[in-house]
Structure formats: C-alpha cells, structure tokens
Design a protein around this ligand. Structure first.
Ligand code: UDP
Length: 466
C-alpha cells in the first residue's frame, strides 16, 4: 500500500461547492503532499463547467464521478435535489471507500454540508470524517443554532419578535435568514434541521473564511465547547488557474480596451436567474447609469435558482433583453450569454465593481481582488451574506426594492453610479482594498489560514488509522 496519506473529498453537485473543494484539494497536495481523490455525486452527466475545472487539475488530484442517481421528480427545490443526490450516492461512496481504503493510506473523508450522512460511511472504514463548510462562518452559526431556535420558537420564523443575532455577527432580520426557514413544514426544512443536528459528529469543521472577514464569528467558534468540533478557518480559497472557452477571449479582449476601474461586472453566480420583468429593469438601469458594464445574462425565470444545474445549456438569453438595448449601449456595455470567466474578469484592471448575488465564492473572489460590491441576493443564504457585506463589513452597496420585491431602473442606475463614481463608492472601495490586503496576509507563509491548514495536515499525517 502506498504510504502517502490520502484524503477523499465529497463535494455536493453544483459549481459553487465543487470549486472550493478543488482548491482545498490543491492546498493539501501542493503544500502538504497528500494524495487526494475527489468523489463527485450527480444526477446527470457532467456539465461543461465541471469538465473544464477538472481538466486543469494537477495529476496528483484524482477525481471519480460516482454513478448518476435517479431523482424521484423534477419539482424539488435546488437544495433538496442536492441533498438527495448526495444521499442516494452513499452506496457508491461506500463501494469507492472500500477500494480506496485498501489501496491507499486513507486518513480523512471531507464531506459537504449537504452530505453529512457520509460521516457514517467514513466511520465504517475507520476514516476520520471532517466537514468542509464552503459558505460563511455566519451561515455555519445559523446551522449550529437552528436546532435551538426550532425548539424555543414554535411560530412562523417571519414572526420572530427580534432580529436574530448569532455570536459575533451583525443582527439579521427574519426576512434575511436563509430560504430554508421559510416553511417549517417542508421536507427541506425537516431534512436540513436533521442534518444540522449531526454536524457535531464531524471531527473538525474546515471553513472557507478568514479572521478579518468574520472576526467576531470566528472568535466565537474558536472557543472550545463540549460537543462542538474544532473549527479550522483556511480561507479565502478561491479558484486558481485559468478557465478556457470562447466567451473568455471575447470579454477579456473587450475589457482590455476599457479604462482602469471603469467597468461594473454583473453576474448572479453559477445558476442565479431573474424574472423577465426584473431582467428588463436591470437592463434599463444599467443603460440609465451611463457606466460601462459587462453582464452575464441568463434566460429569465420566476425561480431564482433555475439555471443551477444547467447554466451552460441556455438557448438564447440575449433575445429576452429590451428592444434596442444592445444597440443603445454598444461600446459601453458587453453582454455575455450564460457564463463568463469570472476570476479573470475580477482580476482585470478594467473591472471596478461587481453587482453580485452574494454567493460566497463570488464574494471571496471579489475580496481577493479588491473589487467593491453591489449586493443583489437571490436565494439560499445570500440575503444573510448581503447583510454582513453591507451593514457589517460595509464593502457593498445595496439597491432598495419596491414592496413587491422588484428593483426599479432608477434605483439600479443610482446605486451603480454611486459605486463607480460617488463618495459612498469611494469609501466602500477603500474598505475592500483593506480586506484584500488582509486576505493576502492570512494566506502568506505565517498567516492564520495557512497555519490552520498546517495544524490539520499535521494531525492527519500523525494519526494512526483505527
Ligand atoms: N462562475 C464563473 N462564471 C460565471 C458564473 C459563475 O466562473 O459566469 C463561478 C464563480 O467564479 C464562482 C462560482 O462559479 O466561483 C459561483 O459560486 P458562488 O458561490 O458565487 O455562487 P453559486 O453558484 O453557488 O450560487
């Protein structure tokens, strides 16, 4: 048996979790000389986006697509689909771990928050189970506190009398809590509540965040508490290496011709979508702002996570834009259908702002590159992230919506102008610059995130398998 310590990782489906899992794998291989296998559960053939990131991995990182599972019906919400996909993949996981544990020195299985039951499978093989939490620590605190909130408050969460305050975090109004709590009678709620109660079974929780970004929350979690696993903040882990594709050259070439810091990048993550009416307002708002923009456009939908599993397979999103919009904004704006090479865009000198859905990867990528934000949360825990970014860290501006949730064109134009050339934008930009420097520091040789991962690597290298 090869004596190099081996770690298996089990991300949940979707790019938002696969990307940080891959980056964690790279750190373990390149800095700490582990060998790694990434096990990818799915309910469909691999997407183009998955194939692209997996193709560029170093040779010491292996990946296996677990056999696709069959989901019972199409009407499940995205989070529940993800949970079911991982759960139905557990028999294949067991099979794969049986083989890995005889051919490698398997020291740990790192599981995703959507696949907490995989911990039981790790234990069957005497392998240490760890949880990698790729969202903010504030969201981890939400998961750890929900069981208590569930016991102590019996009503509808939207009627909570006070904002919820997780240790060390900004207070959150009930309306900004993760979508999950909207309906306590739903299957999703029951299943995830059950999952959160099991987080304590992990031997440790690795988080993709860093102390300057979530100081209070991280300090609160670093205090030892009986029944709570040790926490390892190792972030910001963001996608490294370039993505290739046709869209890349087109939008990067266009950015090359724009003045420094002049372009606002508009994108809603790997699967976020807007309603047709909202898409229209956003287009007209960008036009009215007079600012330069690069916009990743998707087919409209009333379900905000509609493109989560098929962002690359959209037919013609451009056809949904208002009449004459492309001609009127020609030269000043570029519209890209479905997907853009986000890291390359955010690191480009021409990019000066990011209108984002506040997904955690997008947030960290913008932070590492010092690009200030306009927060436009759509689903999952994004509203809570937006509160942290606008009210806590103050690195984002936030457009106000009408009562029915629509953000109007004038408001959009105002907030875009304010970020790109207003006084408020200047302050937000300065704070983001500070956070960028802090991010570089925690990842340096002596930085706190580097040390945290080294502690973990040391532990795994020196443990005797049961
Ligand atoms: N992404 C990209 N191009 C796009 C949209 C998204 O490269 O057009 C990448 C982005 O850089 C990030 C990930 O997909 O790494 C999205 O993750 P995030 O957590 O921001 O949002 P989610 O997709 O989970 O909602």
């Amino acid at each position: 048996m090869n004596q190099t310590p081996h770690v298996a990782l089990l991300p949940s489906p979707g790019m938002g979790h696969l990307i940080p899992f891959i980056e964690l794998a790279k750190q373990l291989v390149l800095r700490h000389h582990f060998s790694v296998t990434i096990l990818i559960p799915s309910a469909a053939p691999p997407t183009q986006a998955q194939k692209t990131v997996l193709q560029t991995l170093p040779k010491t990182i292996h990946h296996i697509f677990l056999p696709p599972v069959h989901l019972p019906n199409d009407n499940l919400d995205a989070a529940f689909q993800i949970f079911l996909t991982v759960t139905l993949s557990l028999p294949s996981l067991r099979h794969t771990l049986a083989s890995l544990s005889t051919t490698t020195r398997l020291v740990s299985l790192i599981v995703d928050p959507f696949g907490i039951d995989a911990i039981d499978v790790a234990k069957e093989f005497g392998v240490s189970p760890y949880l990698f939490f790729p969202s903010p620590v504030m969201a981890l605190l939400f998961c750890l506190h929900l069981p208590k909130l569930d016991e102590t408050f019996t009503g509808d969460f939207k009627d909570l009398p006070e904002p919820v305050q997780f240790p060390g975090c900004v207070p959150v109004q009930a309306r900004d809590l993760p979508d999950l709590v909207e309906d306590r009678s739903s299957n999703s709620y029951k299943v995830f509540l059950g999952s959160f109660k099991r987080f304590g079974l992990a031997e440790g929780i690795i988080v993709n965040s860093f102390v300057d970004m979530e100081e209070g929350a991280i300090k609160a979690l670093l205090v030892e508490e009986p029944g709570r696993p040790a926490v390892y903040p190792v972030g910001p882990l963001i996608r490294t290496g370039s993505s290739d594709g046709l869209e890349e050259s087109e939008c990067l070439k266009w950015l090359n011709d724009q003045p420094s810091g002049s372009v606002v990048f508009v994108s809603f993550g790997s699967g976020g979508t807007l309603s047709h009416e909202q898409l229209n307002e956003l287009a007209l708002g960008l036009e009215l702002s007079g600012q330069r923009f690069l916009w990743v456009v998707r087919n409209p939908s009333d379900n905000s996570s509609a493109a989560f599993f098929n962002a690359h397979n959209q037919n013609d999103p451009i056809s949904f834009l208002p009449k004459g919009f492309l001609e009127r904004t020609q030269g000043r704006g570029l519209v890209v259908p479905s997907w853009a090479p986000q890291i390359e865009v955010l690191s480009h000198h021409a990019t000066g702002g990011f209108l984002t859905h506040c997904g955690w990867n997008s947030t960290l990528e913008s932070t590492v590159h010092g690009v200030p934000l306009i927060a436009w949360p759509l689903f999952a825990e994004q509203k809570m992230n937006a509160v942290m970014l606008t009210e806590g860290l103050k690195v984002a501006l936030s457009p106000k919506s009408h009562e029915l949730g629509l953000v109007g064109r004038e408001e959009i134009a105002e907030v875009v102008k304010s970020l790109m050339e207003g006084e408020e934008g200047k302050k937000v930009r300065q704070r983001m610059e500070g956070l960028k420097d802090a991010a570089a520091k925690v990842l340096s040789e002596e930085g706190s995130s580097t040390k945290s991962l080294s502690d973990l690597a040391f532990k795994w290298k020196n443990q005797n398998n049961i």
